[in-house]
Design a protein around this ligand. Structure first.
Ligand code: DUC
Ligand code: ZN
Ligand code: ZN
Length: 454
């Protein structure tokens, strides 16, 4: 064997049990209550520690051209930070260029990622911008290539109208792909923005005020309506509002194949952050909502109506955030979080708010299952040896200096956690060790995802 992790408590999406884990050729080869007879090149004693599957961050924006600039983590910086937070697979959203087939988009971004470097494995989702029939039809070749999820934005100047959304859902269903949606009502955002601007209300609070709860809920419900009409599966990204949670619960109760993702920022912060002097740093879309929404998200997690937690990692440097100090419209939307998701969710488990298997289900098992990532998402024989060793006693305070992203600030500054990952293995290779990134930029692979017809 190449690696033997001994005496730890293994956590799967279902249970926790004391076991040793043996790794060979990047795969989990054995799990057993006593593998002390096994000879391995490297033996790690995990006494008192948890042994978990690496997280899968199903939603990032690395090197993302947006808001008049490009998000500040390229593929290497973003995946390096991921590794240091126990995330061993990153699913990045990349947008199609006008006139480009979806296979061309996939290959263009895969090439960029390989050039910039990958510290852990990468999968892609493609945002549809150009719905010309022949380009939509190119979804088939992208699916065959291993990209099986596509996104529509209901907002922004590149967002799609309902008819296009419907066609994307229809095409995706035909080719066994999954559609993810950024759901906010564009007309309402524009109308409310215009109103606040005309009243001279330009502080970061008005970013939230122009995208309040009902703006998101209406779009969630409309998106679900189109999915219902076509009997197509749908994945709602970054769900952040109470009414939308209700809509998802109703849809699931009705038997629709609707998946919901939320993000740590919606579980930890509320709209109050937009009143802070550094409120601009928290500006992302959808914005953090009121306490009732946060409570509804946690209740939905506990009920099983939220399927995944992912980050929407899209950092911009302080100077760029400052563009909108006096005008919220000029703030590039997005925040850092890729290194914080798993530690934050695991610390909630450590405090008894959710169970450790629930954290694994949300952050690893479900994203693997939903996005056809068949080699990952669980500690089981034959799966990739993407493993996190977690010390439930370790105290850790988030400071930008101890993060591994290229971002020069973090909204998580000062967060105190009890319990923290001490080692991360990507396909059996140590990439993070007690505060240090020990991987390299040539390690991560582009992963091909199975279609739903697989
Ligand atoms: N929202 C953000 O805050 N950033 C990136 C894209 C998005 O929809
Ligand atoms: Zn979005
Ligand atoms: Zn996003």
């Amino acid at each position: 064997m190449d690696l033997l992790i001994k005496n730890g408590t293994v956590v799967t999406e279902k249970e926790m049990f004391k076991a040793d884990v043996a790794v060979k050729d990047g795969k989990i080869a054995m799990i057993g209550s006593d593998l002390s007879d096994i000879v391995a090149d490297k033996v790690v004693d995990a006494t008192g520690k948890l042994v978990l599957p690496g997280a899968i961050d199903a939603h990032t924006h690395l090197a993302f051209p947006f808001g008049g600039t490009t998000s500040s983590d390229d593929y290497f910086a973003g995946t390096r930070a991921a590794a240091c937070g126990g995330t061993t697979t990153v699913f990045d959203y990349t947008n199609q260029d006008f006139g480009e087939t979806l296979l061309e988009t996939a290959k263009r971004r895969e090439a960029q990622a390989m050039k910039e470097g990958l510290a852990v494995d990468l999968g892609l989702h493609i945002g549809i911008k150009d719905p010309k029939p022949e380009l939509l039809e190119s979804m088939k070749e992208a699916v065959d290539y291993g990209v099986s999820s596509f996104k529509v934005f209901m907002v922004y100047d590149f967002g799609v109208k309902d008819g296009v959304f419907y066609k994307v859902l229809e095409t995706a269903k035909k080719y066994g792909a999954l559609v993810a949606v950024h759901a906010e009502n564009n007309e309402m955002v524009l109308t409310l923005t215009e109103k606040y601007v005309s009243e001279g209300k330009l502080s970061p609070w008005y970013h939230y005020a122009s995208r309040p709860e009902f703006v998101e809920e209406e779009a969630d419900r409309r998106a679900i309506d189109w999915a219902r009409a076509l009997k197509a599966p749908l994945y709602i990204v970054h769900l952040a509002n109470e009414g939308g949670v209700r809509a998802v619960t109703e849809a699931k109760d009705e038997g629709l194949e609707i998946y919901a993702e939320t993000c740590p920022q919606y579980l930890y912060f509320t709209d109050e952050v937009f009143k802070r002097p550094d409120g601009r740093n928290f500006v992302c879309s959808p914005p953090m909502k009121g306490q009732a929404s946060q409570d509804a998200l946690w209740a939905a997690i506990k009920r099983g109506d939220i399927d995944t937690v992912a980050t929407d990692h899209c950092p911009f440097q302080q100077a760029e955030k400052d563009w909108g100090k006096d005008d919220f419209r000029k703030i590039p939307n997005g925040c850092a979080g890729i290194e914080n998701m798993y530690p934050y969710m695991l610390s909630n488990a450590n405090q008894g708010i959710i169970s450790f298997p629930k954290a694994v289900e949300l952050c690893s098992f479900n994203p693997a299952k939903i996005f056809g990532c068949t080699d990952k998402g669980s500690l089981a024989i034959g799966k990739d040896a993407d493993i996190v060793i977690y010390d439930p006693q370790k105290k850790f305070t988030v400071h930008n200096e101890n993060m591994h992203s290229d971002s020069d600030h973090t909204i998580w500054e000062g967060l105190e956690l009890t319990g923290y990952p001490v080692q991360t293995y990507s396909r059996g290779r140590l990439v993070y060790d007690n505060g240090e990134f020990v991987g390299d930029s040539k390690w991560g692979k582009f992963i091909k995802c199975a279609s739903r017809k697989h």
